[in-house]
Design a protein around this ligand. Structure first.
Ligand code: UDX
Ligand code: ADP
Length: 452
């Protein structure tokens, strides 16, 4: 069997590396338009930082795992094509700022139709709005090239930072297809691929639309939990309750469960906001404005949380940060990734720059070009300094804002760091990560989410 995956990003790369590792008889080729990205996948400096990923890639690369820009050749020879391209929020025209931009998916479908090469199973891996498969089917069926295509949906549920363990041992794999003889046969083919390492009980099959919608729904529910606990964090600050104690108390109820109740400066990442905006757009499109408004509130609460965090910084620093230097610990949207897409750090840093603060930024994995472009700044902007270590970033600043829960921040030598800072020195913990006693004993004024 031969697989082609179009799109060598955060989803396509790790997922295909795992399939190649587990299915040694299957040739897996990951293709992308971006030559430098492919070159990085072929080197030991992978474009995606993910614990354990390099080892998996090294095990299979050159044997049954290949990274290439020869897109058409790979499509032609493949039995199964995974579409794993980006589906960002649309930035123009109808649905701007809400709908998913499907132009990359459409281009892939057109290319598959053009290239031909025999009957194929085409699998949507990227998160897409419900009924996207209809578009893919129409493009493929109108191609008139004499080949048959079965379109399936197989959304990826991995979380960045834990992609390898998520792929190796997923809670479930979801595969949606047409309820026809040919559709069921195609679903079985993909089920058998995953069944080479995943228990069949964990492989759920549904119709196409349920599969597409389940992915949006899963992300909306997860994000909703974070916005819910963040909403409560504001009330905790007003009343003297402690949000971690509240989360622990409610999380022991087995109906609620303990995961995804960590209050924070807000959720980030390429999925949550994009998928909820898209879900809400779909609801409006299908004449369900009340449902759309319900989900919109999850994103609004997240924006409120980021604003509130900056407001707490302002309040603690005599209402002005103008001319003050602030240290930013962490820029990635979560630990163990080099991804900064929609990171809360973007909103926080942008607001602090608007208030004329100077920023010293340190993140162990996000490179400075990504940080600059995320903030919409030019190279050489003297309001920002990029640092090589946590301590360098904190030196001669008035405050530390901890925005990503990298483990190294937990174990830092706060006494030493405090001694290098301007006084009074503030510590704003946007992840409730650090030991409050150690930080206050070192001399800092500590401010945490959902705690007074
Ligand atoms: C998410 C989904 O978890 C995954 O199933 C889907 O495939 C893609 O979207 P990801 O965005 O990679 O994964 O990371 P996730 O661990 O979900 O974290 C998202 C954001 O929520 C991060 O900014 C994280 O810091 C934040 N978060 C998470 C919290 O603030 N509190 C929590 O309790 C959990
Ligand atoms: P994700 O997080 O969903 O994996 P990324 O942006 O990391 O998203 O990766 C998507 C990849 O898809 C990018 O590397 C991009 O160059 C690639 N891509 C987009 N459109 C096409 C296309 N038509 N053909 C090949 N690759 C594409």
């Amino acid at each position: 069997m031969k697989i082609c995956c179009i799109g060598a990003g955060y989803v396509g790369g790790p997922t295909m590396a795992m399939i190649a590792k587990k299915c040694k008889d299957t040739k897996v080729t990951v293709v992308d338009l971006n030559q430098s990205r492919i070159d990085e996948w072929n080197s030991n400096e992978l474009p995606v930082y993910e614990p354990g990923l390099l080892e998996v890639v090294q095990e299979a690369r050159g044997k049954n795992l290949f990274f290439s820009t020869e897109i058409d050749d790979s499509i032609k020879e493949a039995d199964i094509i995974f579409i794993s391209v980006n589906t960002p929020t649309k930035q123009y025209g109808s649905g701007k700022g809400r709908a998913a931009d499907l132009k990359f998916i459409e281009l892939c479908a057109r290319n598959i139709a053009k290239v031909g090469g025999g009957d194929k199973i085409v699998v949507e891996k990227s998160t897409v709005p419900v009924r996207t498969a209809q578009m893919v089917k129409e493009i493929l069926s109108e191609s008139d090239n004499g080949h048959n295509y079965q379109v399936l949906s197989n959304p990826e549920f991995l979380a960045e930072g834990t992609a390898i363990t998520d792929l190796e041992n997923p809670d479930r794999v979801l595969i949606g297809g047409d309820i026809t003889t040919a559709g069921k046969k195609a679903v079985d083919t993909v089920v058998n691929l995953y069944a080479q390492w995943i228990d069949k009980d964990k492989i759920i099959t549904t119709n196409l639309w349920s599969s597409e919608l389940s992915k949006l729904t899963a992300n909306a529910f997860l994000a909703q939990r974070i916005s819910s606990i963040n909403a409560i964090s504001a009330l905790c600050e007003a009343t003297g309750a402690d949000v971690d104690e509240v989360a622990n108390a409610i999380g022991t109820d087995s109906r609620i469960g303990s995961k995804f109740l960590k209050s924070s400066v807000g959720f980030g990442g390429s999925c949550f906001q994009k998928d909820i905006l898209n879900l809400s757009y779909l609801c409006k499109h299908f004449g369900l404005p009340e449902v759309a408004t319900y989900w919109d509130q999850v994103v609004e609460m997240n924006n409120y949380q980021k604003d509130r965090f900056v407001q707490r910084i302002m309040d603690a620093m005599f209402n002005t940060v103008s001319g003050k230097s602030i240290c930013i610990w962490g820029f990635a949207f979560k630990k163990d990734t080099n991804d900064a897409r929609e990171s809360p750090a973007i909103a926080v840093c942008s607001r602090l720059l608007e208030e004329q603060a100077k920023l010293k930024i340190y993140d162990p994995q996000v490179d400075y070009t990504t940080i600059l472009s995320s903030l919409g700044l030019e190279k050489g902007d003297n309001r920002i300094t990029f640092c090589e270590s946590a301590i360098e970033a904190a030196s001669e600043t008035h405050a530390i804002a901890l925005l990503t829960e990298w483990e190294e921040f937990r174990g830092a030598d706060y006494g030493l760091i405090y001694s290098k800072m301007e006084k009074p020195a503030h510590f704003f913990d946007g992840r409730n990560l650090v030991d409050s006693k150690k930080v206050t004993d070192a001399g800092f004024t500590l401010s945490r989410i959902g705690k007074v």
